[in-house]
Structure formats: C-alpha cells, structure tokens
Design a protein around this ligand. Structure first.
Ligand code: NDP
Length: 255
C-alpha cells in the first residue's frame, strides 16, 4: 500500500455503509480522501473521528443525481486538492421500485435510481478523469456494482435497481476499453460487485415483515461493509500492470 501513501482518493457516498468503511480504510493507509455525499453532518462526524489517522479527510457536499451539484463539487475539489489518483464510485440507492404491481412507485423514484446509480457514476467519472490526468502518475477508478448487475432476480422488490447495476458493469468495461484506445495505460478501471451487505440501503423496503423474516432466517447471508473496503484495498495492492477488471464478493454460504 506504500505506493498510494500521500495520494488522494475521491469516494462518493461516503456518509454511510460501504463508503464510510472505504474512507476509514484508505486514511488508515495514509491516503487522503475527498469524501462526497449529501448528508454533511455524517461526513463531518466521520472526518472528526478520523482526524488522528495518517491520511486526511476533506468533506464536500455532492448530490450525484444532480449535474450542477457534481459540477460545483468538482470545481471545489480542483481548487482545494487539484490532483487525484483514486476514484471510488460508490454512491447508490436501492429503493423499492416495482413498476407493475400495486406497490409500484412514482416516476420520481425510478428516475432518481437511474440518475444516482448510473448517470451520476458516468458524470463523476468524466469529471474525475480530468483530475486523474493532471498527474502523470498511476490512477485507478473502482466502481461499486452489485451481484444484481449479474442476476436480475426478483427475490427483492427492486425492479429498476438491477438494470442500473447491469449498466454500471457495461460502462466499467466501456471505460476500460476507451482508455485502451486512448493508450492511457496508467489509469485502471475495475468493478467490485458485492453480494448482500448489511448497511442502511433498502431502508423501508427491507423493513417489511417478509423481508425481515427472510434476512433473519439466515438463508440470505450478509457481508459487512469492511469486507468490501478490504476488497478495495486488495485492488489497490495489485501491481500497476495488473487490472482485475471485476471482483464478485459473496458471503460464504450464498449461492
Ligand atoms: P448506504 O445506504 O449505507 O450508503 C449509500 C451511500 O450513497 C450514502 O453515503 C449516501 O449518502 C450515498 N448516496 C445516495 N444517494 C446519493 C446521491 N444522490 N448523491 C450522493 N450520494 C448519495 O448503502 P451501501 O453502503 O450499501 O451502498 C453503497 C453502494 O454499494 C451502492 O452503490 C450499492 O448499490 C452498492 N451495493 C450494496 C449492497 C448491499 O447489500 N448493501 C450490495 C451490492 C452493492 P447521502 O444519503 O448522505 O447522500
């Protein structure tokens, strides 16, 4: 990990769950982090908790579903930090979004799922690339996808969500190939696709008696956020010429 010490990472969706864990692990390894999310109070609390770590945390408000918010955040990043070496596209929502049944959700939910999970990731990557290229150094973009990007199973009532994660997987590969075409061999692009992780995601949608019973039955084993942040560290530890294009991370006992 020494090769990344003193370098700077941007982590989206840093205010809870997997993003929060990624920030904690990066700063412990001496990497400075620009932590982005909408809930500034959470971000500031995280920054305060990590003030004695080797790496430093800068908090900036950014709603990845809103182009203007992304533009403003990146202007601030460019001004305050300048060069960046690591981008972790982690922000995401998973809201119940059935489209045919009686539980069907409003168009707003559908649009915000697509804008947050996919369009936001595309726009943030485009902005971050400019800062990754400001240095002639090595860089990496890590997209947090999901096993839902491989299997649009309907065990959970998240109809639109898997589509956004399939899109993330396709886009990760497109980005990688575009960089190859540009002969940009210093920036790697990869994806981590987790299985179920115990976080705040899903909110009310997972709070139904059926969902609770299913989760408590042990039939659906879950990972911890730190399992995924450790996978991010693993990706960073690989030699620069190695591109693990995707890692699927499942809890033991999960099909
Ligand atoms: P959490 O709900 O705990 O965290 C989601 C993070 O995304 C929060 O920090 C939230 O911050 C941020 N976020 C949501 N919407 C926006 C937005 N519009 N703009 C900026 N930030 C936003 O969930 P997880 O940690 O579980 O999710 C992180 C990622 O992992 C997601 O991409 C998710 O799809 C993926 N994933 C999760 C799995 C799981 O089982 N938990 C499994 C597979 C993948 P704020 O609200 O403050 O903006």
């Amino acid at each position: 990990m020494e090769k990344w010490e003193g370098k700077t990472a941007i982590v989206t969706g840093a205010s809870s769950g997997i993003g929060d864990a990624i920030v904690r692990d990066l700063v412990k390894h001496g990497i400075n982090v620009v932590a982005l999310a909408r809930r500034m109070v959470r971000l500031q609390k995280l920054r305060d908790q990590l003030r004695n770590e080797k790496g430093k945390v800068i908090t900036i408000k950014c709603d990845v579903s809103d182009k203007e918010s992304i533009d403003a955040a990146f202007e601030e990043i460019e001004e305050r930090v300048g060069r960046v070496h690591i981008l972790v596209n982690n922000a995401g929502i998973c809201v119940s979004s059935e489209i045919f049944s009686n539980n069907r959700k409003s168009d707003e939910v559908i649009v915000s799922t697509i804008n947050t999970n996919f369009l936001g990731l595309v726009r943030v990557s485009q902005k971050a690339y400019k800062l990754l290229k400001k240095t002639d150094d090595y860089g990496i973009i890590i997209n947090i996808g999901s096993i839902a990007g491989h299997n649009a199973s309907f065990d959970f009532p998240f109809n639109v969500y898997p589509g956004t994660k399939f899109a993330v997987r396709a886009f990760t590969e497109s980005m990688r190939q575009e960089l190859n075409k540009l002969k940009d061999t210093k920036i790697r692009v990869c994806e981590i696709s987790p299985g179920g992780v115990l976080t705040e995601i899903g909110g009310d949608s997972l709070n139904t008696p059926e969902m609770k019973a299913m989760l408590e039955s042990g039939m659906f084993p879950m990972l911890k956020s730190s399992d995924i942040s450790q996978t991010v560290l693993f990706m960073l530890m690989t030699p620069y010429e190695v591109n693990i294009t995707e890692m699927i991370v499942k809890p033991v006992g999960f099909n």
